[in-house]
Design a protein around this ligand. Structure first.
Ligand SMILES: [Zn+2]
Length: 909
């Protein structure tokens, strides 16, 4: 601990004494952040930890009535997510009243126009400002101490206007990440590794902007609950730090294409706020703000678009990045050529000219735009409040008379727990979900009692539509009038233009939940009830007999398996389709040996996992289910798929080991593990990891060639190596598999799939696809964020013929040209070895793309190329096997319908 931390601790203790004793403070005496922290927020070489930041806010809360601290829940590392609300003393004394007004206006139900007007007059605008969601993007969180101080202490005209009209909600969006990054930086300041990125040491750190529509993470649930059940902000500002270079900050308006499932007022408000921010930056002589370029709002899963979907205009900024708090100098010659002549544009009116850039600059820019947003909200308080009511009212009314009227999610589902997860996520997100109190018929289909109805005629009905409908993302090449700002449009002939993230996401489809769109309103005779929780059928054990059988079609069945195995019980899987009593179980359903676990323990597991189980009095033919020792390779380089794979195993109670480069290099892997999972990661990055340079030497390099040899030995000796998407390249090359990735040299003009849901066929007789449906889905992402692998298998003969042809050609060339060098000879010999190695390896196709139009939701160009091709291969090698998933089966914890491929692969034997 250095001197700075000691000073801070002293101050924390003294402040606790002060607030604990309720010593009244003289008016105006509030501690400025530099006095508490020992430096000004944004100072060179200094980062504030989350604990320091909250410690400071608590000091302020002890000194003035203008700020209060609240708690929105726990983080992955057990911290509490605390946040501050700042306003005038009068407003703070009436917080509950103002929250209630805001809730009423946002939900709009039962609020007639006259009341909406008076409530909008009376209410206060809630402006939510958060920072640090991406922990490495520090300035958004670092600004908040200073902003809080300015807002509580300022007596200028503008600050008073803000305090009187606005409730400022200041949020640290990723407390764990904030402290981890600050500590890491501090440990490196002054060394040659000062700007070294944080290696992936902290496997629970998943701070993500791509989880909001799924609410998988604790932090996301906290944020979603606070925004859409408690505060209903009039404006939300989510600060990031990756501006398009050399711009210093990115501000709205956004790029095309925009999500059309929002009220047009919302888009106008976002543009207005963006303009106010730009103007404030120019007034403060802070040049280099850019708009439009790059960031669009098509994909609905971000924190921002989640809140857009809740009729809260949500503002992104991306300030310029240089890692941490180390200043950096830029010359004009460092700029991309197009920016070097400092050309002025409508969306870039004050080009940045280069020079020093410091964290302090980024913080100052953030503070300028934060205050611009707050001032605008104060000036147009009535409009922002009234528009929340208008947007909600318009949406409710629109879908009373317009399709889609909603979606029906039948109570009769293959995967009841995934269904409940989906619906509870909706409820957490502040959406209205109803159940039918009896059997009913709609558009010729009969639905059982307890079926769910999610109507679009509700305050956030456009968000409902966005989550549940099939997406058709436009090919922007055909709509250049939307994005070309020039006089006379130029026909665009380049490759397809990318969405910033995915093109399609339809949640029920990704999760394997059946839903039906309502093209007609629900009959008035159908009685429905608003619910607070969706419950899957209870997990009871029925029947008699000593074998207990349960279905594998429910994703929670794997959770049950892990709990049962953890309790030491013996398990197996049925060999053929079988009936137990009235229930039919398909091949691969799970069987518990009743003699190996107490009835009470099993009943408890069934109840907690909500998996119904049936005792069988007739012996069910089954094959033993192993309890594999699992390792998930976690590189030191940042890899979000590794993080999500860890998350998935934790969520479903699979015990696993985090496997590091050093262990792979050390070998003897088979002694320790049965299964190794390689996440979606380039072969080169797995082999070589971080290159030398600024990187701390402990984290340089990958598994190396030695590690690769050890992985081969692991498989030969009976291990299972599972490769997800891009890591399949490593196995194909190094195991000499008779497999080729047909998209290896793909051009986007030929095949383009920027995150879409497509059809997929599975061989459900193969253990890898147990519990799947024959026709299922895959989530494919073919943009810069990872191209799917689509396979082609060579037979021995084809391979030999192709190789012979090649050798003959080489011989010809050899005769014509010159004597081969030793190296060339070695290469040819090597090829021969590879060819020999491929003989006898026969990949088994577990799934392939159907030979028909493939797109379900999103965008797909050139789908014909992959029709009929294999996508999942099971490849026995030696005593073990390699499993290749050509598409990402984990996909950020969204694709419940493909998780079981990974789970089954673990048991594959
Ligand atoms: Zn970011």
């Amino acid at each position: 601990m250095n001197d700075r931390r000691q000073v801070v601790l002293c101050l924390v203790f003294s402040s606790l004494l002060i607030s604990g004793a309720h010593v009244p403070q003289c008016w105006g005496q509030v501690t400025p952040p530099e006095e508490f922290l020992g430096f000004k927020p944004g100072a060179d070489f200094e980062l504030i930890t989350y604990e320091q930041a909250i410690g400071y806010l608590e000091v302020l809360a002890g000194q003035t009535e203008r700020i209060q601290i609240f708690d929105m829940g726990p983080t992955a590392y057990g911290r509490r997510m605390k946040y501050a609300v700042v306003s005038s003393e009068e407003n703070m004394a009436n917080l509950d009243k103002y929250k209630e007004i805001n809730r009423k206006l946002s939900l709009a139900r039962g609020v007639p126009p006259a009341d909406a007007e008076s409530l909008s007059e009376e209410g206060r605008a809630v402006v939510w400002i958060d920072g640090g969601l991406h922990e490495g993007e520090v300035s958004g969180a670092q600004q908040l101490s200073q902003l809080a101080y300015d807002l509580v202490s300022g007596e200028d005209r503008r600050t008073r206007l803000i305090r009187e009209n606005v409730l400022s909600v200041l949020v640290y969006a990723n407390p764990d990440g904030m402290t981890i990054v600050a500590d890491w930086y501090e440990s490196n300041v002054g060394t040659e590794y000062e700007v070294s990125p944080v290696p992936s040491i902290h496997t629970k750190l998943r701070g993500t902007n791509r989880d909001s529509f799924m609410s998988n993470l604790l932090e996301t649930r906290n944020l979603n609950r606070a925004t859409s059940q408690e505060w209903f902000p009039e404006i939300l500002y989510n600060a990031h730090q990756t501006a398009p270079f050399p711009a210093r900050i990115w501000i709205p308006p956004e790029a095309e294409q925009t999500n059309f499932n929002v009220h047009p007022i919302l888009i106008r408000e976002k543009n207005l706020i963006g303009s106010a921010m730009g103007q404030a930056l120019e007034e403060a002589d802070q040049p280099g703000a850019i708009s439009r370029f790059g960031f669009d709002s098509w994909w609905t899963g971000y924190h921002l678009q989640y809140n857009d979907g809740h009729n809260t205009p949500s503002i992104l900024t991306e300030t310029a990045m240089y890692p941490y708090a180390t200043p950096h100098f830029y010359r004009l010659s460092d700029f991309p050529e197009a920016y070097q002549d400092l050309t002025v544009g409508v969306c870039y009116p004050s080009p940045w000219k280069g020079g020093w850039w410091r964290l302090g600059d980024a913080v100052a820019y953030n503070i300028t735009v934060s205050k611009a947003i707050l001032e605008l909200a104060a000036k147009y308080r009535y409009n922002f409040l009234h528009n929340k009511w208008k947007m909600a009212t318009d949406i409710i009314e629109r879908f009373e008379n317009e399709a889609p009227y909603g979606w029906i999610i039948s109570a009769d589902q293959r995967d009841p727990n995934a269904t409940a997860l989906l619906l509870n996520n909706f409820i957490l997100s502040g959406l209205e979900v109803h159940t039918a109190s009896s059997v009913f018929e709609h558009e010729g289909i009969s639905y059982p009692q307890g079926s769910y109805i999610v109507q679009t005629s509700q305050p956030f009905g456009l968000y409902v539509k966005s989550l549940l409908e099939i997406q058709r993302s436009s090919d922007l090449r055909e709509y250049s009038h939307l994005w070309q700002g020039s006089v006379g449009l130029v026909e665009y002939e380049g490759p397809p233009l990318r969405e910033y993230d995915g093109a399609g996401w339809t949640l029920p489809v990704q999760m394997g939940v059946d839903s039906r769109v309502m093209s007609r309103p629900l009959d008035e005779s159908v009685s429905i009830t608003l619910i607070e929780e969706a419950l899957s059928p209870p997990g009871r054990i029925t029947g008699s007999g000593n074998q207990i059988v349960f279905s594998h079609s429910d994703i929670f069945s794997y959770r049950a398996v892990n709990r049962i195995q953890e309790a030491g019980a013996k398990m197996s899987q049925v060999l053929d389709d079988v009936s137990v009593g009235q229930t039919r179980f398909s091949k691969g359903a799970f069987v518990v040996d009743g003699g190996s676990i107490s009835a009470n323990a099993l009943e408890k597991i069934a109840a907690e996992t909500r998996i119904p189980m049936i005792r069988s009095s007739i012996r069910v033919k089954s094959t033993p289910l192993p309890k594999p020792r699992i390792a998930v390779y976690n590189p030191w380089v940042r890899n979000s798929n590794a993080r999500w794979t860890n998350w998935l195993f934790e969520e479903y109670n699979f015990p696993y080991h985090v496997l590091r480069d050093g262990e792979v290099k050390a070998g003897n892997l088979r002694l320790r593990f049965d299964v190794i999972v390689l996440p979606d990661q380039d072969a080169d990055s797995i082999l070589n990891g971080y290159r030398r340079g600024n990187i701390h030497p402990d984290y340089v390099g990958g598994i190396t060639q030695q590690g690769l040899e050890n992985l081969k030995e692991f498989v030969e000796e009976g291990g299972t190596l599972i490769c997800n998407q891009s890591s399949t390249d490593l196995a194909i090359d190094s195991f000499y598999l008779p497999v080729r990735n047909i998209l290896k040299d793909n051009k986007p003009e030929e095949f383009f799939c920027p995150g879409s849901i497509v059809k997929m066929d599975f061989d459900t007789d193969h253990p890898l696809a147990f519990g799947m449906q024959k026709r299922g889905i895959a989530f494919l992402r073919g943009s810069r964020r990872g191209i799917p692998r689509v396979f082609e298998i060579f037979s021995d003969e084809e391979e030999a013929a192709a190789a012979d042809e090649k050798t003959a050609k080489e011989k010809e060339e050899e005769a014509e040209e010159k004597e081969l060098t030793a190296e060339e000879k070695e290469e040819i010999a090597d090829e021969k070895v590879k060819r020999e190695n491929k003989r006898g390896i026969t990949p088994i196709v577990v799934s392939r793309f159907p030979d028909e139009a493939l797109l379900i939701s999103g965008k797909l160009i050139g789908g014909e190329i992959i029709r009929g091709k294999p996508a999942v291969l099971d490849i026995p090698i030696g005593n073990g096997r390699v499993v290749l998933f050509g598409f990402n089966v984990v996909n950020r914890g969204h694709t419940h319908s493909t998780f079981r491929l990974l789970f089954n692969a673990i048991y594959n034997r």
